[in-house]
Ligand binder design. Structure first.
Ligand code: RIB
Ligand code: CA
Length: 313
């Protein structure tokens, strides 16, 4: 079975970091590059965090920095969830390599152009880089096979009653992506709020004992602290679902739906609206994940994190 070539794009961010830990451990995925975006924190901090996560997991691939702000919307961050650094909690190694001279959309274009096979994009933050890539390099769109993204929610939001954070930060970018015609798997809140890692699971991971396992357990503790105060029974590791979907799609339940992004409005800006009753009679533009085998998801996380303690074969 040949590996799926992917580009990771995110705003690490605890759950982005855990998604990248998962992706890097899987023998089904071939990480060609990483691009940072602003969202959980400023672009400076998310880029620094991206390099530190790479140092932690021993991942050496081109990393490029995204823009300082969304396409049109005013920048917004989430220090309440991820801390001032954007990845608070355990001490992390310093970067062991520098970012590319290219900006994020240009690196995506370079990697896509160089690839012999179509690439899967795995965005787990606001979609600014992805939209900018599609607008700037329309001639390369045919070489994007699939977008497996974390964002949105067809039943509820988390940053407003209607909108999920990644979409709300840059709704215009999300609108461009959902209108692109590229096959999308949307790991929205509908599924990611079910992808809870419970405190007892933190201990399963910590007990693996390797350095990555120890850090992930501490990330989970930090990430869970905010969510515990608002009533969660576990840490919703949103972004890791977009990666797990590529490694083990059978864990997921989904519906093919026509999804539109609200880019204006006082109450619903950033909402991802699914046409459940086919009112517009449009072909679905997204596979919307609606359910997950939570225990299977946690087992996958544990099995992948265990490999960081195994001697390279
Ligand atoms: O709403 C959850 C999303 O917002 C996740 O990607 C998390 O990292 C934050 O970016
Ligand atoms: Ca994220």
């Amino acid at each position: 079975m040949s590996k799926i070539p992917i580009i990771l794009d995110g705003d690490p961010g605890h759950d982005d970091a855990m998604a990248w830990v998962l992706a890097n451990a899987s023998d089904k995925l071939d990480i060609r590059g990483i691009t940072s975006c602003c969202g959980n924190s400023t672009i400076e901090k998310t880029t620094y965090n991206a390099l530190r996560v790479c140092a932690l997991i021993g991942l050496k691939v081109p990393v490029a920095k995204g823009g300082k702000r969304p396409l049109l919307a005013e920048p917004m961050n989430a220090p309440s969830v991820h801390g001032e650094s954007g990845l608070d909690g355990p001490e992390l190694p310093e970067p062991v390599f520098d970012i590319e001279d290219l900006d994020a959309p240009s690196l995506i274009a370079k990697l896509v152009e160089e690839s012999e096979e179509p690439i899967t994009l795995v965005p787990t933050g606001p979609l600014t880089n992805i939209a900018t890539f599609l607008l700037t390099y329309p001639e390369l769109k045919h070489k994007i096979k699939h977008i497996s993204m974390m964002g949105g929610g067809v039943q509820f939001g988390n940053w407003t009653p209607a909108a999920e954070f990644n979409i709300l930060v840059d709704p215009e970018a999300a609108d461009i992506v959902f209108k692109s015609g590229i096959p999308i798997t949307m790991a929205g809140l509908d599924v990611t709020e079910q992808a809870l890692i419970f405190p007892e699971d933190f201990e399963r991971i910590r007990a693996l004992g390797n350095p990555v396992a120890i850090i992930v357990a501490e990330w989970l503790e930090f990430f869970y602290e905010f969510h515990r105060t608002i009533g969660y029974a576990g840490a919703p590791v949103h972004d890791a679902v977009a990666v797990a979907n590529l490694i083990m799609p059978d864990l997921m339940e989904s519906r093919d739906l026509y999804v539109q992004v609200e880019t204006t409005g006082d109450f619903c800006k950033g909402a991802t609206i699914a046409d459940f009753n086919n009112k517009y009679e449009k072909e679905p533009n997204a596979k919307v994940l609606m359910g997950i085998d939570r225990e299977g998801f946690v087992d996958l996380m544990v099995d992948m994190i265990r490999t960081y303690g195994e001697v390279a074969k």
